[in-house]
Design a protein around this ligand. Structure first.
Ligand SMILES: Cc1cc2nc3c(=O)[nH]c(=O)nc-3n(C[C@H](O)[C@H](O)[C@H](O)COP(=O)(O)OP(=O)(O)OC[C@H]3O[C@@H](n4cnc5c(N)ncnc54)[C@H](O)[C@@H]3O)c2cc1C
Length: 511
């Protein structure tokens, strides 16, 4: 009597951090449970990693995309540790901690004591040159109790912050910091989808500042770039990181380690998926899909995980699930670019005594921000050199990316000359363009997610993960990948009625 093949075939589309993290989690759980899974991951580029792109040249470590990980969201740091990269984690430079804001063309220090972008310390707020005396008084009015909002109401980040802290604090402090994360327009971004904790503080305390002060954690351990000294060991497990961290040789190390660990995954790189089709339109409870690649290959799959940008997922699902595709296509994206410039230290008169500067939208400049990378993470430039990284492009200012490389470079150098007095020729130049790479969680985003979730319910075995949905940062996407893997295994168990034979979990009997 022939036994049905117990192997469940899973295809993950997209090898950015979300797709890779999903694959890793599926592999590790399947290995631990002895679950027969056949997992393929298809990535359109030859290089996996999506927007994570590290280049190493002449002693410089250059990040084209993300450069740091927020350690308070522990999932990225934990993954690094599980992959044996614990001893490669490094914190930001504890000596040069300042951040500047461009204010009327000049750099002005960001007041200390910001939590969730909100000023919580009186003295630095009173002393800052960023706000006028009236602006400071207006920000202080947040301390007064105000009526609570209905929990279901969504509101733009801009409207909410202006209501609490006034226009100046919003434009000069909150907006440029927020833009550094989303490259977005705060007038459009949803408070509930981007900073739900601010809404919780309002609900609980009536005031953001009072709420943040009440919930203040004990003083964090100071950051150090040398975790091994503190007993990090080979895996760095003992180290509890706070603030921002990175990997010594760049975040590309995380992608390299993930790919090296994916020994049970069939990795297709340089292969674009064109469409997802239904294999058996009716009959069985768990249908089956066909993943159609551009070269004509068809991968049959019991489950498909789309870890692609929402507009790509929409294209792939247009034939199979037009309603879902339309909802996905409504998630908008912004294009950005980073321009990294290396200089001889002797050629830069500015002390670069901080992590860099952000540029408020009201300054009306082409730059969004400039990280003084080698001050923030000192090992990023060779001795006697510095590395700067400029960000361009934000919601409403994307036409700047139409400039060719020479024009973009000229523009950036003119900006750096005006702001830092930097006229020298860079010894290293790298330009990275990111077309539609930053999803925008606009007002109503959570309702859109609920609609997507409801529509997905009609397609068992189909999953969506990645930065379009529940968080744009690397830690969020790593967690999303793990949760997607978990949901898939749970659904398999429920839908196909698994049982165990000789210690092996058989999921697909009877499918
Ligand atoms: C410039 C920049 C700076 C950032 N800085 C930070 C930072 O410092 N810290 C932080 O935490 N976050 C940062 N982020 C955000 C974070 O990097 C991203 O949100 C996250 O990496 C997105 O991962 P993802 O896997 O969802 O998507 P992506 O990285 O976009 O991956 C999607 C993958 O799908 C592939 N794909 C697309 N279409 C197809 C197809 N048809 N077939 C097969 N494959 C396909 C793509 O090639 C890509 O590899 C930054 C983002 C950008 C753009």
């Amino acid at each position: 009597m022939s036994m049905p093949d117990p192997t469940c075939r899973v295809v993950i589309v997209g090898g950015g951090i979300a797709g890779l993290a999903t694959a890793y989690e599926l592999q590790e759980r399947a290995r631990a449970d002895r679950t027969p899974l056949h997992v393929s991951l298809v990535e359109a580029n030859r290089r996996p990693g999506g927007v994570i792109h590290t280049e190493r040249a002449d002693g410089f470590v250059i990040e084209g995309g993300p450069d740091s990980i927020l350690a308070q969201k522990p999932w990225a740091v934990e993954l690094c540790q599980r992959l044996g990269l614990g001893d490669q984690l490094v914190g930001t430079n504890p000596v040069q901690r300042k951040t500047y804001v461009l204010h009327r063309g000049r750099l002005c220090e960001l007041p200390e004591g910001l939590t969730l972008m909100i000023p919580t310390r009186l003295k630095p707020l009173l002393q800052t040159g960023l706000l006028s005396p009236l602006g400071k008084v207006r920000a202080g009015l947040d301390l007064l109790q105000r009526p609570r909002r209905r929990a279901c109401d969504d509101i733009s980040l801009a409207a909410f912050v202006r209501e609490h802290l006034g226009c100046e604090a919003f434009e000069r402090i909150v907006e440029p910091l927020m833009a550094g994360i989303y490259a977005g327009d705060a007038e459009q971004l949803s408070l509930k989808a981007t900073f739900p904790r601010l809404l919780e503080l309002e609900n609980q305390y009536g005031s953001l500042v009072r709420g943040l002060l009440a919930q203040r954690e004990p003083k964090p351990t100071p950051l150090t770039s040398f975790p091994d000294r503190e007993g990090g060991g080979a895996g760095g497990e003992a180290r509890r990181w706070t603030g921002f961290v990175t990997l010594r040789e760049g975040l590309g190390q995380l992608v390299e380690a993930l790919v090296a660990h994916l020994d049970q995954i069939h990795l297709y790189t340089g292969q674009r998926v064109q469409a997802i089709r239904l294999q058996t339109p009716d009959g069985r409870r768990w249908p089956g899909y066909e993943v159609c690649l551009a070269d004509g290959t068809i991968l049959p799959a019991h489950a498909v995980i789309l870890a692609t940008p929402a507009y790509v997922s929409a294209e792939l699902l247009a034939g199979l699930a037009p309603g879902l595709a339309e909802t996905l296509d409504g998630i908008s994206y912004v294009s950005t670019a980073t321009v990294s410039l290396g200089y001889r230290r002797a050629d830069v008169a500015h002390p670069l005594d901080g992590y860099g500067f952000v540029v408020p939208r009201v300054e009306n400049r082409p730059l969004l921000a400039c990280t003084w990378t080698s001050s923030k993470f000192p090992h990023r430039a060779p001795d006697n050199h510095v590395l700067l990284r400029c960000f361009l492009g934000r919601a409403g200012q994307e036409e700047i990316l139409w400039l060719d490389d020479d024009e973009l470079l000229r523009l950036v150098r003119t900006e750096l000359e005006g702001i830092l007095g930097l006229r020298a020729r860079p010894v290293l130049i790298r330009i990275f363009r990111w077309q539609r790479a930053m999803p925008q969680y606009v007002v109503g985003h959570l309702e859109r997610l609920a609609a997507i979730e409801a529509q997905l319910g009609q397609y068992p075995g189909l999953y969506l993960t990645g930065s379009a949905y529940h968080g744009v940062g690397l830690p969020d996407n790593i967690r999303a990948g793990a949760q997607t893997a978990e949901a898939l295994l749970r659904d398999l168990a429920t839908l196909s009625g698994h049982h165990t034979v000789n210690g092996v979990v058989w999921y697909l009997q009877g499918l």
